[in-house]
Design a protein around this ligand. Structure first.
Ligand SMILES: NC(=O)C1=CN([C@@H]2O[C@H](COP(=O)(O)OP(=O)(O)OC[C@H]3O[C@@H](n4cnc5c(N)ncnc54)[C@H](OP(=O)(O)O)[C@@H]3O)[C@@H](O)[C@H]2O)C=CC1
Ligand SMILES: CC(C)CCC[C@@H](C)[C@H]1CC[C@H]2C3=C(CC[C@]12C)[C@@]1(C)CCC(=O)C[C@@H]1CC3
Length: 350
């Protein structure tokens, strides 16, 4: 049964990031008392108490956790970077540090932002259900590898004295994101978004950030002793799977960039991406090369990957509160400054 959270103190670890900022705003609207812990400071808000520090360091975390009712852990290094050491340190060791420090300080609730990619290894997933999908046995990158370790650690820590849950969003988009839209726009500017990987008919989930936030808050409200959500993972999506390339086309054309049109064979691009990754690795002692196409990106752009959020509906009453259309509209409006519009350009020059 969901409890009223008015005045309850929560800590949002990673609260200065994309999801974190949206989560803080929604928690404040619901009457929570909000604290943020992050390695960087990106905004100011007099209603929030900020703690700047590294989640891997107990001495940094401890003061922020005092008297906290629920911790939201949504910090991670950037998913598309390929820094193995950093992913292991922050996502795995750092998360174990969060668990241990919560237990020491007496915090009873931990909501982890995991990812639906923990079950994805490049092969199609259609309407994937949590109970049917094992963790990826051959994760495509270190981000996924360490998100799996992180989720396992958090769910294993669930006990009668410490309640944990993992939210698995997929393809989050919305205002303030520094990833999906900015990367797609950057590629469009360089002429790299003319191409469609595969036949363009692969269906995926893109999830508006407001729905991901809603899933997190429901989880916190339901995270109590004996609740069915304790120790479990939940897919949180928009429940409106869409062709990957239709979604990209809507974003790009919404910002006045041309739609991708030229089809390239999936297998060829995947092999090329594997070769580029290998060459980058071989040369890494001498020079840092960051290929714009990685096997993970090619797989995400060319295969089906959509998930059922039925378990979240059953156990915590989740249903999306924003449609894909609403999410796209809000997102496109917020990125007008990145648009290809001639009028915008003229205004910028003058
Ligand atoms: N974006 C997506 O499509 C999806 C994201 N997720 C998950 O959602 C969560 C939030 O993602 P998103 O908001 O996009 O990510 P962001 O990078 O925008 O936010 C993460 C925040 O965590 C901070 N951080 C990183 N390392 C540390 C550290 N050692 N100590 C304290 N803070 C740290 C980051 O700082 P800095 O930027 O300086 O590193 C950043 O402010 C992540 O766990 C991610 O794995 C899951 C599914 C999809
Ligand atoms: C190859 C290009 C056409 C790809 C351009 C768009 C991509 C930048 C994004 C499309 C799907 C996104 C995605 C993620 C990052 C950005 C994309 C690859 C995640 C890997 C972010 C972290 C996760 O947990 C899963 C996401 C899946 C979708």
């Amino acid at each position: 049964m969901a409890a009223s959270m008015k005045g309850r103190k929560c800590l949002v670890i990673g609260g200065c990031g994309f999801l974190g900022q949206h989560l803080c705003e929604a928690l404040l609207e619901k009457g929570w008392s909000v604290q943020v812990f992050d390695i960087r400071s990106t905004f100011e808000d007099s209603r929030i108490k900020f703690f700047i520090g590294d989640l891997c360091k107990k001495e940094d975390l401890k003061p922020a956790l005092e008297g906290v009712y629920c911790v939201f852990h949504c910090a991670s290094p950037a998913p598309l970077s390929n820094n193995k050491t950093l992913f292991y340190k922050v996502n795995y060791e750092g998360t174990k540090n969060i668990i241990k420090t919560c237990q020491e300080v007496g915090v009873k609730r931990l909501v982890l932002t995991s990812s639906a990619s923990v079950v994805y290894e490049g092969k199609g997933i259609r309407n994937g259900k949590e109970e049917e999908l094992p963790y990826a046995s051959k994760p495509l990158d270190y981000y996924t590898e360490t998100k799996i370790l992180q989720e396992k650690a958090v769910l294993a820590a669930n006990s009668d004295d410490f309640y944990t849950v993992a939210i698995r969003p997929h393809g989050i988009f919305g205002p303030k994101d520094l990833q999906l839209v900015p990367i797609a726009v950057d590629m469009a500017k360089k002429g790299k978004m003319k191409y469609i990987i595969g036949d363009g008919k692969n269906v995926v989930d893109f999830t508006y950030v407001g729905n991901v936030v809603h899933g997190h808050i429901l989880a916190a409200e339901n995270l109590n002793l004996g609740s069915p959500i304790c120790g479990k993972a939940y897919h949180i999506t928009n429940a409106e799977p869409i062709f990957f390339w239709t979604f990209m086309t809507r974003l790009l054309t919404g910002l006045d960039y041309p739609a991708p049109r030229i089809h390239l064979p999936y297998t060829l691009l995947y092999i090329l991406a594997v070769i580029m990754q290998f060459v980058a690795w071989l040369l890494s002692p001498f020079i840092t090369i960051t290929p714009s196409l990685t096997p993970m990106k090619v797989a995400l752009a060319g295969t089906d990957h959509f998930y059922s959020s039925e378990r979240a509906k059953q156990d915590m009453g989740y249903k999306p509160i924003y449609t894909l259309d609403q999410g796209l509209k809000l997102t496109i409006e917020s990125y007008r400054h990145l648009g290809n519009n001639i009028i915008t350009k003229v205004i910028k020059i003058t």
